[in-house]
Ligand binder design. Structure first.
Ligand SMILES: [Mg+2]
Length: 240
């Protein structure tokens, strides 16, 4: 590889800070409520189906999660769930908004190094209000020249973004924890990608990793990004 990286984009949820773990905790609390009414073995399948249908209508994020949980609770209990339990589910969901942003290990140090030599973009998908709040609380905004919050990370989104910034795909690198959102669509448009897996994968983002002919790098910790990029791509900090 001998490509110049003019724009280095980094994902946020479960790449810079903890995200899925908080949702898993919220779901465990909600399952405890639903156990009073129904067999928990049914819950995951039902949730997945309702969530999948809701993403295309409501998008990603906690507000969508809360509506999905209430809908699933009513459906799973065949309407028997009590109003105070629905209120408890909404309260559990709302506490997700007040969780402090917990940076993952080595994030700050790595961004401090990378921002010396590369133009950094924080590129996250989800609810604008929610993501903006997390970015503001993260203390990381000073490392990024650009911040983009998009509703979906697919080929069309990446192509439009690169066109807007006037960057050729071969000069773009995306680093993140999701193969589905951060890696494969970027490779599909001719860009570069570095996968930083996180132990918590959301089932909607969980796709097989073994697609043949995929040319991307996997690292186990964000701190490896600096050495890897310096080694594989000539340094170039450009004005965009
Ligand atoms: Mg992510």
């Amino acid at each position: 590889m001998n490509r110049q990286i003019e724009l280095l984009a980094i994902d946020a949820d479960d790449t810079l800070w903890t995200n899925m773990l908080f949702y898993h905790e919220a779901m465990d609390s909600i399952k405890n409520i639903l156990e009073k009414y129904t067999d928990t073995a049914l819950i995951i399948k039902d949730l997945y189906e309702i969530e999948t249908a809701n993403i295309s209508v409501l998008g990603y994020g906690t507000k969508s999660f809360i509506i999905t949980m209430v809908e699933a609770a009513i459906s799973l209990t065949e309407g028997k769930i009590k109003a105070h339990d629905i209120l408890e589910i909404v309260t559990i969901g709302k506490t997700l908004f007040s969780r402090p942003v917990e940076l993952l290990d080595n994030v700050k140090e790595t961004l401090a190094e990378l921002s010396q030599n590369y133009t950094l973009m924080l590129l996250t998908k989800g609810d604008l209000f929610e993501q903006q709040g997390k970015i503001n609380c993260s203390g990381l905004i000073g490392y990024f020249e650009y911040t983009e919050i998009v509703s979906e990370k697919d080929e069309a989104t990446y192509s439009a973004l690169l066109q807007r910034y006037n960057i050729a795909p071969e000069n773009f690198l995306m680093a993140g924890n999701s193969l589905k959102s951060d890696i494969f669509p970027v490779l599909n448009i001719g860009g570069n990608a570095v996968h930083i897996p996180h132990r918590s994968v959301w089932y909607h983002e969980d796709v097989p990793a073994d697609e043949a002919g995929r040319d991307y790098i996997v690292i186990s910790d964000i701190s490896e990004l600096t050495g890897l990029i310096c080694q594989n791509y000539p340094q170039k900090k450009v004005e965009i």
